[in-house]
Design a binder for this molecule. Structure first.
Ligand SMILES: CC(C)(COP(=O)(O)OP(=O)(O)OC[C@H]1O[C@@H](n2cnc3c(N)ncnc32)[C@H](O)[C@@H]1OP(=O)(O)O)[C@@H](O)C(=O)NCCC(=O)NCCS
Length: 180
């Protein structure tokens, strides 16, 4: 598998992101693909320009090392909803370049992001949610140490109808055990 790196999203990434987030298949798996989740380049640019603090969350690009061709962005990881008392955040991941699905790049990026967040932000807990049909995502998160913690029945609306929301989380203690 090729090397990956995470870096802050920049303006030059907007063209890639605009393609990924206008793709109905990518957006279905990312967030159920209802109309409000399809972003234009202008909407992405506005979000990027205003995100600087921990509280508003940040976007990191996932780059793959393509050797002589250099680094190529294949997706994005994000966090949101920083809870200062609990020291928790909610994360999300989208590999927007579909050629890279199912080859371990998502798990590799999730591991790198979890390491970065626990080390840099002194977090106690990282959580996320997805919907019941997204088995590939659930499996990728489990491989990285996330546990399924519960379900909110039919709380996710998708173009295939209502689905259960699967809540997953990893604690600092789970992560520390994996470092040993
Ligand atoms: C979800 C996502 C990040 C996962 O990354 P990935 O690189 O595709 O996944 P990985 O190859 O690292 O791991 C996927 C695992 O799921 C397994 N899997 C995939 N489809 C499966 C299925 N239908 N049933 C059972 N297991 C399945 C794979 O075999 C693999 O597990 P293994 O390594 O033990 O064999 C990526 O596919 C993606 O961005 N998808 C689109 C957006 C999305 O779903 N985002 C997450 C929203 S919460």
């Amino acid at each position: 598998m090729k090397e990956i790196r995470l870096r802050y999203a920049e303006e030059k990434d907007l063209d890639d992101m605009a393609i990924w987030f206008a793709d109905e298949e990518v957006m279905y798996w990312s967030s159920g693909s209802h109309g409000e989740t399809l972003f234009t380049r202008e909407q992405l640019a506005e979000r990027l320009a205003t995100m600087n603090s921990l509280h508003s969350g940040r976007w990191w690009m996932i780059d793959v090392n393509e050797g002589a061709k250099g680094w190529r962005a294949i997706g994005r990881v994000t966090f949101r909803n920083y809870e200062p008392v609990v020291h928790a955040v909610t994360i999300g991941i989208t590999i927007g370049n579909k050629e890279y699905w199912g080859q371990g790049y998502g798990s590799k990026a999730i591991r790198a992001f979890v390491d970065l967040l626990f080390r840099r932000y002194n977090l106690h807990r990282i959580q996320l949610d997805t919907f019941q049909d997204n088995i590939r995502a659930i499996r990728a998160y489990e491989k990285c140490g996330f546990k399924q913690e519960g379900k909110l029945r039919q709380s996710f609306w998708t173009t295939k109808g209502y689905q259960d929301r699967v809540i997953m989380g990893i604690l600092r203690s789970d992560w520390e055990r994996k470092q040993e």
